[in-house]
Design a protein around this ligand. Sequence first.
Ligand SMILES: Cc1ncc(COP(=O)(O)O)c(C=O)c1O
Length: 379
Amino acid sequence: MKLEWKQINELYPVNKQRIWLNNCGTTTIGNPQRDLLADYLEDYSRNGVFTEKYSYPIIKNEILSILAKLIGTETRNLALIHNTFEGMSFISMGLRLTSKDTVVLLENEYPSNYYPWEFWKKEGIKIDFIPMQDSPEAYLNAIQETITKLKPTILSLSPVHWCTGLSLPMKEISSICKQYNVKLILDGAQAVGHVPVETEAWGVYAMAFSAWKWLLGPLGLGVLYVSDQALDELELVFKGTQSVVGDSEYLPYKSEIKASADRYEYSTSGYVDWIYFLGSLRMLSGIGFDEVRSRIYELTRYLKEKVNKKAYTTTHDNLPEMKSGILSINPKDGQNTSELAFLLKSKGIIFAERMNRVRVSPHIFLLEDQLDIFAGYLP
Ligand SMILES: Cc1ncc(COP(=O)(O)O)c(C=O)c1O
């Protein structure tokens, strides 16, 4: 049966108030998540943590099973954390880098994929940046060149650039990393749910991502993927109550660390967020993640055509095959981006101003009519 996107649109009350085009920034809640939360809270008000209907191990297993399938791994390689920064820091700290190590990043990575590496500068590690490029092929060439020249220990990048929406040829990049024995670490915040991610097939060492973007989950919930190799090698910097085998018994203190990635769920979790996330994942997996991605690209292409018709250029103009849900609109000659942004905000459009462009990112709860309205406001 052909999915009725109108029905999904009706599940998101925000559509009555605003045109929410900042889904690669933050998203808002739909009725399926809100209803699931309401049911959970009702049960919690009666039973607290002794709820049977929402038993935490079962909830967690359902969340991780959906995610493991989505990113090509096993549930034992996943942990529910709080945000990308936290996950990248667990990985970076655990690597115990020294002055012999070089880390390669892309220019203008989001800070959550920079500060965890900057930390090691005091130990003398080198951080090299691959300059911004205007096509996936140009990125691939630049990455190949840098890796061949520097033979770094680590390449840590976001498969989709958060400012331009350019998505990278990850299969090819991962082959180069394998060939030169470079640890490939991903900031998956802009990738998971938005572009295909194959952690094990690509030999990803570790990846962290946030739940509240393309996965439509709650703010402050993140996910960490840790490969088997990384589980063996990384030092566990934050050993907490829940990092150890036998964690339900607090005393005596334990020494054996859990074999799976949930050693990184070091202490009590935010269960309310888990329920919200489960509601989102049930909805998205029910539709099918392939279908979701196709719809995001379809909406973005539609938006691009509308914007081009109003004589604006975008970051995708020379890339007709680009599969991305992030489109950045250049101001016209002599136009002031902040004034344009002010105008759009006054009309109830939610978007972000990034690198002197207007960045828009639709998700499946939007319809073409809303994109027409947005384009209609462009002077
Ligand atoms: C590439 C990228 N990484 C990470 C994040 C979010 O980082 P965190 O999960 O640490 O808040 C964003 C948010 O915009 C992003 O664009």
